[in-house]
Design a binder for this molecule. Structure first.
Ligand SMILES: [Mg+2]
Length: 410
């Protein structure tokens, strides 16, 4: 079915390997998969010559360890030529080397669809090619707009920022127990814009405080709406550590909770750090008082650059959120597995809840379940959605059947 059609969609392929017998082997299996024109190159240089003459080679399989020009160098040359075809790495090297090569190809914005360890079977290749739809197009990102402070100021004045919510599922109860509030900009001309496209322009600017306050108020209103039916619901909000800049913030938040009829425990602050903590003592005091009043504190993007062990030691977090870069595709990445395992062990020792974000496939889901995470979030469950849709989503309870939750292996 679609499997065959996808494979048939490739009409030409190039295999680069320094072993003649491996070239012959791939020649046979690629032809067997219905690819009409299969080219082979015994080294990197030869491969680039072939690409000079054959402009529309759609698929390239490349070995890593080759004399003279190795596969890593080939990737660089492909990037310089803006090679648009899909790439598969085939290698007998250590898994970590293969993974790093694939990562490098991604960093070069090449259209890498997978990396296979030799010996590669026809079945593996077929599966990979049949699944390419899910992995492509790789490396494309929406064109980045430069926003000026005046643009953002105006957007704030016009109340163009809104909240989208992405659900979180508890792996023990298999219920939606919370959601992450994510900022979106409803731009009058550009349409809906994600936070990553405009937050960087706000950092180190007073406007970030203003936006944070505005989103906090929106989020608390949303939480009060949800908690009418789901009293234990936890709505998470992203707050930059340096936005914890007012001594009376815990009191203001608590007062607003009382007004809205929600408990502090209904709110979780996902603390992100973008640079050094400006005023350590002030942040420590505010965070400690927030916990004291019952608000949740989550260390966001755990494992990446700024979310350090030092923060974990200093601040009273009760939730650890493992960054998506470790979670997505973790099941076949030994380093990611080790990082998740250690993070879970660390969190459990510190009596923290572990959230895995970036769960995109059933494999990711089962994998983080097995490793002991408590809560998951990601495209596998649902994409961020407007508040109205989210309310419908949790009230209908249809997500359980829609998601066809896989059996939890403990
Ligand atoms: Mg977050």
């Amino acid at each position: 079915m679609s499997d065959k059609m996808t494979i048939a969609a490739f009409s030409s392929a190039l295999v680069v390997d320094d072993s003649r017998s491996i070239l012959d082997y791939f020649n046979i299996i690629l032809e067997g998969l219905g690819i009409l024109h299969v080219f082979t190159a015994i080294n990197g240089k030869k491969a680039l010559e072939i690409l000079d003459h054959e402009q529309d080679i759609e698929l390239l399989l490349c070995d890593i360890n080759m004399p003279e020009m190795d596969g890593i160098e080939v990737l660089r040359h492909l990037s310089e030529r803006n090679y648009p075809g899909k790439i598969i790495i085939i290698s007998g090297e250590h898994k970590r080397v293969i993974e790093s090569s694939a990562r490098l190809a991604e960093a070069y914005h090449l259209n890498i669809i997978g990396a296979l360890t030799k010996p590669v079977t026809m079945k593996q290749l077929r599966c990979l090619l049949a699944n390419t739809e899910h992995h492509t197009p790789a490396g494309i990102s929406p064109a980045l707009h430069e926003f000026s402070i005046a643009d953002l100021q105006q957007a704030l004045d016009n109340s163009e920022f809104i909240i989208y919510i992405q659900p979180k599922i508890d792996l023990h109860s298999q219920e939606v127990v919370g959601g992450e509030a994510l900022a979106r900009w409803q731009h009058p001309e550009l349409g809906l814009i994600g936070a990553e496209a405009f937050i960087p322009f706000l950092e180190s600017n007073e406007l970030l405080y203003r936006l944070t306050d505005l989103l906090l108020e929106q989020a608390m209103l949303i939480a009060s709406e949800i908690c009418k039916t789901e009293s234990d619901f936890k709505l998470s909000l992203n707050v930059s550590i340096n936005c914890l800049n007012r001594y009376n913030l815990p009191d203001l938040l608590l007062a607003r909770c009382l007004e809205l009829g929600i408990r502090p425990a209904n709110l979780v602050f996902e603390i992100t750090e973008t640079r050094l903590v400006k005023d350590f003592r002030k942040v420590l005091e505010i965070m400690t008082r927030m916990r004291l009043k019952g608000f949740g504190l989550s260390i966001d993007d755990f494992g990446t650059g700024y979310s350090s062990m030092e923060h974990l030691q200093n601040f009273p977090f009760d939730e650890l959120k493992i960054d998506k870069t470790f979670v997505t595709g973790a099941s076949d990445n030994a380093a990611a597995k080790a990082i998740i395992e250690s993070s879970v062990a660390l969190a459990k020792k510190l009596d923290m809840l572990v959230v895995a974000e970036g769960v995109e496939t059933r494999e990711d889901w089962q994998f983080v379940t097995r490793l002991g995470c408590d809560v998951i979030q990601g495209y596998m469950l649902a994409r961020p959605m407007p508040t109205v849709d989210f309310l419908e989503y949790i009230n209908s309870k249809t997500y359980r059947t829609e998601l066809r939750i896989p059996p939890v292996t403990s």
